[in-house]
Structures are given as structure tokens and as C-alpha cells.
Design a protein around this ligand. Sequence first.
Ligand code: SAM
Length: 285
Amino acid sequence: MTSVPLSQAGTLYVVATPIGHLADLTERARHILATVDIVACEDTRHTSKLLQHLGVRKPLLSVHDHNERDRLQHIKTLLDQGQSIALVSDAGTPLISDPGYVLVQDLRQHHYRVVPIPGVSAIITALSAAGLPTDRFTFEGFLPHKSGAKREKLEAQAQDARTLVYYEAKHRILDTLQMMADVFGEDRLACVARELTKTFETFYHGTLPQILQQLQSDSDQQKGEFVVMVTGNSQPASASDIDSDKLFRLLLAELPPKKAAAIVAELTGQNKKDLYQVALQLKQP
Ligand code: SAM
């Protein structure tokens, strides 16, 4: 027998939780957490604290990046038995740079009921108060950790006219802002949102070097969680502006054929596989 209303039976609720300020949990999220049978969460200790704050006791099931695939069958069995499950992550909206995609994709494919319980996400919270264009933006999540891969990714995004949004960790924030200034140029306007909805919430606004300087001037400003937003390229080079042949040869001198082909394909719209074949020929001694 399930203890929840019949309409909840066999449903997975994807529940957004606060990113700092506990009062940002919605009424609906509170109700769902209080009435489901099981809460599936990234970190059981973290979620126990949230539930304790709500005065709710529920069986917890850990679902994180390393066990999500193994949990699929167990979760489907629970849903088949008529149990209702709330999926939460440590903060914000599950699946947004957080676990849950593998699970939700599988449940959708198998026609289970998946219901979003919307709430906070750091992307939208940051954009809503940044003062940068929001009519078109692209969320890029976390950049690669390795510096070569990171630079390559930024170079591929340098022509994008949309506002670029990234998540970044405190121990990489200075390095990332410096690389962005190198790749995007020193004039691009940007905004960095730190510790959103928390006591030390701060927005840094200006060009990338100006923001970098503000953060470098005080090590306290390098603490916490960050969303980095950069205005898009206002004068993107069109494919016809680029001497793709020259660019390709320059890149090939520095990069493996596959990477050079990927960048030129991104910039010019040419076919990546064709470019790769050309690259292999050009690389031949
Ligand atoms: N699922 C979350 C969401 O909906 O925003 C994101 C989880 S991701 C693992 C964590 C990253 O989100 C942090 O490293 C930071 O870049 C960003 N973030 C989360 N909370 C934040 C906050 N209060 N202030 C600024 N950035 C935050």
C-alpha cells in the first residue's frame, strides 16, 4: 500500500531545491517532498539536512554520477510497485550540471510519468540580475579542467553572438577569467555572480580584465560558487570573412588533425569529416 494519493503513484518528481537561501524552496516542492514515498538524492547527508529543516523523514536512495545507471532497474521496480519518488540534487535543479539525465531519459523512453517541480537554478538566477542580454543565451556548464581543452572550447565559442553562461569552481575562477580575456578579447563585457542567494552574494560587472582585477585584489572574493556570463560577440566573423585555408594550416601546425578540423568546421560550417581527411593529407610528409 502506498501512503500517497493515487495520482502520485508510480511518478518520478524532479524537484528543484534552493542554491543557498532555504526560503527559495517552493510550496509545491515542500508538499511533494513531504508526501512522496522515497527521496532519491545525490548526497544523502546533504539531503537529510534539508529534510530535517522541513521536518520531513523519508527513506533516501542515493543517485549520483557513479551509480545512476545501476539504479535504473531498482527505481523502475519501485515505480512499478506504485511508489512515488522525488529526485533532488544537492542544490538547484536536478539534471542541470547535476545527475538525473540518464534516469529521466530512461523513464521517458519507457513511458513512466515524470513531473517537473520547478524552482531555482543558478543559471537563471544569475542571468536575471546580471544586466547582460538575455534574449538569446547559451549555457555551457563547466569548462574542461585541462587547459588545452578549455582553450579549444573557448576558441570554438568566440564567434557566438549569444550571451555565454558558464559554471565555475573557486579554484579555477581566476585562471578561467584570464583565459577568457585572452580568447574573447579584453573589451568584452561580462558579469560574474558569486554566492547567489547567500550572505556574501556579489555581482562583478565590467570587462573581463576589470572583473579579474576585482577578484584578484581580495582573496575573499575568490571564495564560494560562481556563474560566469560573457556577452556574445557583437561582430562575429562570418564564414566568408575567414580565410579558412590559412586558418586550417595555422591550426594544423599547433594541433592534432582532429582538433584542427573540429575548430574549422565550427567556424566555417564546413563538414568536419571532409576537413579531417584534408588534414591527414596535409600532415603527410
Ligand atoms: N543544479 C544546479 C543548478 O540548477 O544551478 C547546479 C549544480 S552544479 C554541480 C554547481 C555549480 O552551480 C557551482 O559550481 C556554481 O558554478 C553554480 N552554482 C550553484 N549554486 C550557486 C550559487 N549559490 N551561486 C553561484 N553559483 C552557484
